[in-house]
Ligand binder design. Structure first.
Ligand SMILES: [Zn+2]
Length: 185
């Protein structure tokens, strides 16, 4: 029995672990909310876009307070799927399978207007004057690569790309740097 187990361990570890290939090292902490999302209208929603946002806490002097930002979402009845704090810690607020209220009235390049239905929203905690930290870029890149691996993602866009007349976030976001990071193997 021992040998059989050993054999299995050796054999299975030599197989490429495709389920984890691009999600390795992505640590996500659940902090699920009970507002700001709904079940999709179809059994399994199609996820073809990732929308990147910025948020800060405008309610107290600590602009980077995760608690404060989440409180703001609650008051507005909105939520992203994921939020990344200044230390680069990733929190899941809404499971991927649900439609999170993050993009609002917006449009994808292919003309899709119900963007929430077809996308995953990721918020980075940063202000208009303070861009994302190195830790946030690193975590975001890992998370996006993982999501790209799981879903047929066609677009990775900023909120301002899908709602240019209403939104300016993500602020101070270095797309060149980010794009180079998600291409890196
Ligand atoms: Zn936004």
């Amino acid at each position: 029995m021992f040998l059989l187990t050993l054999f299995f361990l050796i054999f299975s570890s030599s197989l490429p672990d495709t389920s984890m290939t691009d999600c390795k090292g992505v640590q996500v902490t659940d902090k699920l909310v009970d507002w700001g999302y709904s079940k999709p209208s179809v059994e399994k929603r199609e996820i073809k876009a990732i929308i990147i946002h910025s948020s800060y806490n405008a309610l107290s002097p600590d602009s980077f307070s995760l608690r404060g930002v989440i409180k703001e979402y609650k008051e507005a009845g909105v939520s992203p799927h994921y939020i990344i704090d200044r230390q680069g810690d990733i929190f899941r607020l809404v499971p991927d399978k649900y439609v999170a209220y993050q993009a609002g009235k917006s449009k994808l390049p292919d003309g899709t207007t119900s963007v929430n239905e077809f996308s995953i929203g990721i918020e980075i905690i940063n202000t208009k004057n303070n861009g994302p930290t190195a830790a946030q870029y690193s975590s975001l890149a890992k998370l996006v690569r993982c999501l790209k691996f799981k879903y047929p993602i066609k677009y990775i866009l900023g909120h301002s790309d899908v709602a240019p007349d209403r939104k300016t976030d993500p602020w101070q976001f270095d797309w060149k740097r980010f794009n180079a990071m998600i291409r890196k193997r």
